[in-house]
Write a protein that binds this ligand. Structure first.
Ligand code: ZN
Length: 176
């Protein structure tokens, strides 16, 4: 196989291999190498085991924070953010958020979500307002220009009529 990988290359690629981030061809080369090379296979087994342990540890850590208190926190979170709790309750929720990383994460996510929602609402509202005022201004301008044109035309028409009557009158008096 002309594209055989060296041990160092395989070891460098292992973390990507474990996370399934390699393209098919590279993955095949690593598979090929691992099937033939005992040394790399052992390294791979060890690191896969460690990765698995880390995941388990994280899960365990999460479990220790999944308390009844945390459940209560989740129930009251949105009331807390909307300032609907009394002072005592609101301090209690705040304390849970400080001591429990899961609760803190929830609180941060909720704030971000609220902010996003608020921003998009503000955006929609201001867009509406703009469109509305723009429409009114457009309409007004159109009417204004139209009525303006009309009155100017009327004045010009009246003016020319008067002038022509005067001119015709003068010609008449001079020549007849
Ligand atoms: Zn090797």
């Amino acid at each position: 196989m002309e594209n055989e990988l060296t041990c160092n290359q395989v070891i460098a690629l292992l973390s990507f291999y474990e996370e399934d981030k390699l393209n098919t061809r590279l993955k095949e080369y690593v598979d090929e190498h691992l099937s033939k090379c005992k040394k790399c296979r052992e390294i791979y087994m060890k690191s896969a085991k460690i990765a698995k342990q880390i995941i388990n540890l994280n899960n365990e850590a999460e479990k220790t924070y999944m308390t009844k208190q945390y459940d209560d926190f989740r129930h009251k979170l949105s009331s807390y953010i909307d300032n609907e709790l009394d002072e005592h309750e609101s301090i209690r929720i705040k304390k849970i958020a400080i001591s429990n990383p899961l609760a803190r994460k929830d609180l941060e996510e909720m704030y971000t979500f609220k902010k996003l929602l608020h921003n998009s609402f503000e955006k929609t509202r201001s867009e509406c307002k703009n469109d509305f005022s723009k429409a009114i201004i457009n309409k007004l301008e159109k009417n204004y220009i139209q009525s303006d044109n009309n009155s100017i035309l009327k004045i010009i028409y009246a003016f020319t009529t008067i002038i022509s009557i005067i001119v015709v009158g003068m010609i008449a008096t001079l020549y007849f």
